[in-house]
Ligand binder design. Structure first.
Ligand SMILES: *Cc1c(COP(=O)(O)O)cnc(C)c1O
Length: 407
């Protein structure tokens, strides 16, 4: 078990940075726009998922928000990391992550990425095709593989089996190839699709993988005693989802059917960081256009709201101005591109320039995929509750430029 079961430290020592008074205080101190990341919410998401999946070793997938304070919080919780690039390996190393708790799950890597991860001490990698397995011939004895299997998802918001994963029927041939090269195959992995509507695909994938692993063990193609069930655990956006314990119930039942001795790991991303951050933007200008009030913000589709494009998510957005009378309004981003519109027909009170607008559940796939198009800087990430009594601090973000090969 990677996740610890320590009781939460006394709540009184932590603040709730999503309260309007703290949002205003943080904007006063750090300016706007902000992404406010609450490490205490990271901890509770982590512990909720660990309770929902007992016996499963959780590895936080850095991709949705590779922020050092967030990664450090996971490490304090005793969690593992799912790394997918040399930059992410470098961050894990800088934070002193124990390499034994890290896996590398990008199915396509440059040899230098494999070397960098090995140099750091990662042992477990993912491959899904013969070309990639051949790359490991040079590292036989030092790396072990999980074969990623594709299970297409029609119901997940983001289907992660279109671009990656082998056909289930290809598993034996891939395992035989690895065996010929002297590369150990430990088991299988899959990603059932991000923001899954329910656990049906996870369950089907576990059952199919169990059959494939049993067949591979019978054919003496390797140990096949590790199953990586990926991520995909959903969170509330405008559409509420079941609580994580209920979402995972069928998955728990499927995992309970696995033979004793199969080690199960998971790679949650969105579930851990999504609800732990809010985006705060300021109204910088306004105009009346075709019957609607347009408010121009200092953050938009090329910034924190990039998730509306890349991640296909709509966020719950509200203003901090009290007011019962609401008017259909438009929220637009700061760039000169007319495409940069966050929301139309949103009901808001009459706002003044300088008023703050808050987007909820904006930790995952937001800041991480933001750009500085038009030379407009991304939102500053402020972390709060990284330790008790931490009322807000800024770490240089994104990380410094990365060398291709670690020194
Ligand atoms: C993106 C990704 C994850 C995280 O997925 P979520 O849906 O955010 O939980 C996990 N594993 C891999 C390989 C990924 O690419």
């Amino acid at each position: 078990m990677l996740s610890s079961r320590k009781p939460l430290p006394s709540q009184a020592r932590f603040i709730d940075p999503f309260q309007p008074e703290h949002i205003r205080r943080l904007v006063g101190r750090f300016g706007s726009p902000l992404l406010i990341l609450d490490c205490q919410r990271v901890r509770s998401q982590w512990r909720r998922l660990a309770r929902a999946l007992p016996g499963v070793a959780l590895h936080y997938a850095l991709k949705p928000l590779p922020h050092p304070a967030l990664v450090a919080t996971i490490l304090q919780e005793g969690g593992g990391l799912d790394l997918a690039s040399t930059g992410e390996v470098q961050l894990a190393r800088r934070l002193g992550a124990p390499p034994a708790r890290c896996i590398h799950t990008h199915p396509i890597k440059r040899p230098v990425d494999i070397e960098n991860a090995l140099l750091f001490g990662v042992r477990t990698f993912v491959a899904d095709n013969p070309d990639e397995i051949l790359k490991f011939a040079d590292f036989a004895g030092r790396a072990r593989l999980l074969l990623r299997v594709a299970f297409r998802s029609a119901t997940a918001v983001v289907d992660l089996s279109r671009k990656f994963g082998c056909e289930p029927a290809d598993v034996p041939d891939l395992a035989r190839l690895a065996q010929r090269l002297g590369v150990e195959v430990r088991g299988l992995s899959f990603h059932a699709g991000s923001q899954a509507a329910d656990a049906t695909r996870h369950v089907e994938a576990v059952q199919e993988c169990a059959r494939l692993m049993a067949a591979a063990r019978r054919a003496q193609l390797g140990r096949f005693d590790m199953l990586d069930i990926g991520g995909g655990f959903p969170i509330d956006y405008l559409q509420p989802v079941p609580p994580i314990g209920r979402f995972c119930a069928p998955l728990r039942r499927a995992l309970a059917q696995l033979p004793r001795g199969v080690q199960v790991i998971a790679e949650p991303g969105r579930y851990v960081c999504g609800p732990a951050a809010i985006a705060v933007a300021q109204v910088v200008g306004q105009a009346q256009r075709e019957g609607s009030r347009w408010y121009y913000l200092d953050d938009g589709l090329y910034g924190s709201y990039s998730g509306q494009m890349f991640d296909h998510v709509r966020y719950r957005i509200e203003s901090l101005r009290p007011g019962t009378r609401r008017f259909p309004s438009v929220l637009a981003g700061p760039t000169c591109d007319s495409f940069d519109v966050i929301a139309e027909g949103i009901e808001l009170p009459r706002l003044n320039n300088g008023d703050l607008v808050v987007g909820h559940a904006m930790g995952a796939y937001t800041s991480a995929c933001a750009t500085n198009f038009n030379f407009i800087p991304r939102a500053t990430v402020v972390t709060v509750n990284a330790h008790p009594r931490d009322t807000g601090s800024v770490t240089p973000w994104p990380a410094a430029p990365r060398p291709p090969r670690l020194p």
